[in-house]
Design a protein around this ligand. Structure first.
Ligand SMILES: [Zn+2]
Length: 69
């Protein structure tokens, strides 16, 4: 439930302004999509790092297997 700090009042999502602000004071209300749930997308360089590490570890594991057998 969207909660407005200044008004100390909870609003239904439909009673909020179109931009997700409080209809009473105009403040941004907690619990709206863009505040409580920021886009959880990993940056591309992070993905690249994960892929690089995975490939490196797979390569080392492959070498280890060759070394053992
Ligand atoms: Zn308010």
């Amino acid at each position: 439930m969207p909660w407005c700090e200044p008004c100390e009042k909870s609003w239904t999502p439909t009673s909020l302004n179109a931009d997700g602000t409080c209809p009473h004071c105009g403040e941004a209300v907690d619990g709206t999509e863009h505040i409580s749930q920021p886009p959880h997308r990993a940056p591309w360089h992070f993905k690249l790092m994960v892929v690089t590490i995975t490939v490196y570890l797979a390569y080392r594991l492959f070498q280890l297997v060759l070394w053992i057998f």
